[in-house]
Design a protein around this ligand. Structure first.
Ligand code: FMN
Length: 184
């Protein structure tokens, strides 16, 4: 059966450096026989979590807020692997990714013990510099808390403007990482 992959791309730039990593990862994963769905979060109508602890009543739209997260929830539930793709913003994930990720809590609320669905995960990041330590530690903390299995990361430093990713070896690494996600 084809492995299902959901990519949460938190870059506001559809043709930027994070998106270049996503494109190569996707190419590799599809060649390996996976199904890949990419959500460009910045182009979607996604509001911040209200912290109401009132979700989880409907599996199709588990959050009390009704917005474009309703497009992500079914894909997220079905996914075997979740890719967190984001530019480095102030040593962390972008707000777009953080905002969407908070809203996935509503899926855990469907379980009486707030258990999260078990997934595999990948981290793809781009930055002007190369200070990824805090973001990587956060990713490891987050996925460890969720009980997810980390399949690897690609961190591409030295890229600022759209197009800077061209020729960077991390694009090859993203392709290879995608290719390594074999169907189950
Ligand atoms: C608000 C903001 C914060 C940023 N913070 C950092 C940072 O802490 N470290 C860094 O190396 N680059 C930082 N950058 C640069 C971006 O990470 C870099 O331009 C990256 O290539 C953008 O990825 P994108 O093309 O996918 O949008 C920041 C850029 C913005 C707009």
């Amino acid at each position: 059966m084809a492995k299902k992959i959901v990519v949460l791309n938190g870059s506001p730039r559809a043709k930027g450096n994070t998106s270049a990593l996503v494109a190569e990862f996707k190419r590799g994963a599809e060649e390996a026989g996976c199904e890949v769905e990419v959500f460009l979060l910045d182009k979607m109508n996604i509001h911040g979590c209200k912290g109401c602890f009132g979700g989880g009543r409907n599996e199709d739209h588990p959050c009390v807020q009704r917005d474009d997260m309703d497009k992500i929830y079914p894909s997220y539930r079905a996914a075997d692997l979740v890719v967190l793709a984001t530019p480095l913003y102030y040593w962390n994930f972008s707000g777009q990714l953080r905002t969407a990720f908070d809203r996935l809590f509503a899926v855990a609320e469907c379980d009486p013990n707030y258990r999260n669905p078990i997934k595999e995960s990948v981290l793809l990041m781009a930055a002007e510099g190369d200070e990824f330590e805090d973001a990587l530690q956060y990713y490891q903390h987050l996925t460890g808390h969720l009980g997810w299995t980390d399949r690897g990361h690609v961190l591409m430093g030295g890229v600022m403007k759209v197009g800077d990713a061209k020729g960077h070896k991390e694009l090859d690494a993203a392709y290879e990482l995608g290719k390594s996600i074999a169907p189950q």
